[in-house]
Ligand binder design. Structure first.
Ligand code: MRU
Length: 341
């Protein structure tokens, strides 16, 4: 397989490496990955994360195993096991479906490698197209609020929602970003803040529960978020806390944009209530872990509810920014998303 290099995932000279996103920004540790077990652990522990990136990491591993001589049966099992690691982000299923198709070919090794390479390179192009389309919706001087991490760390390219922000800053300048810290795993505080700093985009970090008062004070011009799965009717799942923002945006009459590649669109899923929502460990809410170790602040056995995602209904979305175009409510109601697949 050719060398493929992204911010947090690289295949170089026959070795697959994953940047540990759990330890960022204070430690930059890369993990070598040679087995399904290791990749599963990296995904489940969120060392590799972000809807597009999970699919790409799993794909590169399968291609690597194919090149190493794994049997057809072993590759089929690997695809199934990797697909089951995280249920909500559909990009993983999209990638595994493409590999399954390649596995059916007589020359399956060549086909799997070519598919993994294509998925990776395609993701870079999708990011670029979303960013170009989305940047047209942003004006110089805008204060943009975003949630979770949707930048280069979450994709092979410049990101989804954060890619739009980055492009807008490059093209128009004078952008400021309100970064939701994104409890419980703090992808905003740890990763988005890190990426914006690296890109020299001015930002201010806030706790998630500060967004409402900022909006009431007229200090948020636009909200731009990513998605883990968009249903045929435009409802979408994204990092828990996104729905809160959509309701607040509606109340305060602030444009609310969702940015995602076609690989996040799942027209087999009719509406948001059909999207499986991943439930995560109680430990994430009882305390916090990271490069500093682990802190526990709640009672050791506190009862916890911890869905990783929530669903935002289409009626709260101003526009869907995909790599293929920008779609408003009328487009989506008349079946624009279903027509894309
Ligand atoms: O950190 P994760 O993998 O649990 O979160 C997924 C995400 O990164 C976000 O929900 C994001 O908005 C979609 S991926 C660009």
């Amino acid at each position: 397989m050719q060398n493929l290099i992204a911010s947090s995932l690289k295949y170089e000279n026959g070795t697959l490496n994953v940047l540990d996103q759990y330890l960022l920004p204070h430690q930059q540790v890369w993990h070598e990955c040679h087995s399904v077990e290791t990749m599963k652990e990296l995904i489940v522990s969120l060392k590799i994360r972000g809807a597009p990136l999970i699919g790409l990491g799993a794909s590169l591993l399968v291609a690597h195993l194919a090149e190493q001589g794994a049997t057809k049966a072993a590759l089929g099992a690997a695809i199934n096991e990797l697909e089951a690691t995280r249920p909500t982000a559909v990009n993983l299923m999209h990638c595994m479906a493409a590999l399954r198709k390649a596995l059916k070919q007589s020359d399956f090794v060549t086909n799997i490698v070519a598919t993994a390479e294509r998925l990776f390179i395609e993701d870079i192009e999708l990011c670029e197209r979303m960013a170009t389309r989305g940047a047209e919706l942003i004006n110089s001087g805008d204060n943009i609020l975003t949630h979770c991490n949707t930048g280069a760390l979450a994709t092979a390219g410049i990101g989804t929602a954060l890619g739009v922000i980055y492009k807008a800053q490059q093209q128009h300048g004078n952008i400021h970003v309100w970064v939701d810290e994104t409890r419980p795993l703090l992808q905003g505080g740890r990763l988005t803040a890190f990426e914006l700093e690296r890109w020299q985009v001015p930002y201010t970090l806030i706790c998630d529960n500060m967004a409402a008062s900022l909006m009431a004070a007229g200090r948020v011009d636009k909200i731009v978020v990513g998605a883990d799965r968009i249903a045929a009717n435009g409802d979408f799942a994204n990092k828990v806390g996104t729905y809160n923002l959509a309701v607040l945006a509606h109340f305060h009459d602030i444009p609310f944009y969702v940015v995602a590649p076609l690989t996040t669109l799942d027209t087999q899923t009719t509406c948001g209530s059909d999207i499986a929502i991943e439930q995560r460990s109680s430990a994430e809410v009882r305390g916090v872990s990271g490069s500093f170790g682990t802190a526990l602040w709640a009672p050791t056995h506190a009862n916890v509810y911890n869905p990783a995602f929530d669903v935002t209904p289409a009626k709260l979305v101003t526009a869907w920014v995909l790599d293929t175009g920008v779609y408003d409510k009328n487009d989506v109601e008349s079946g624009a998303l279903t027509a894309l697949k």
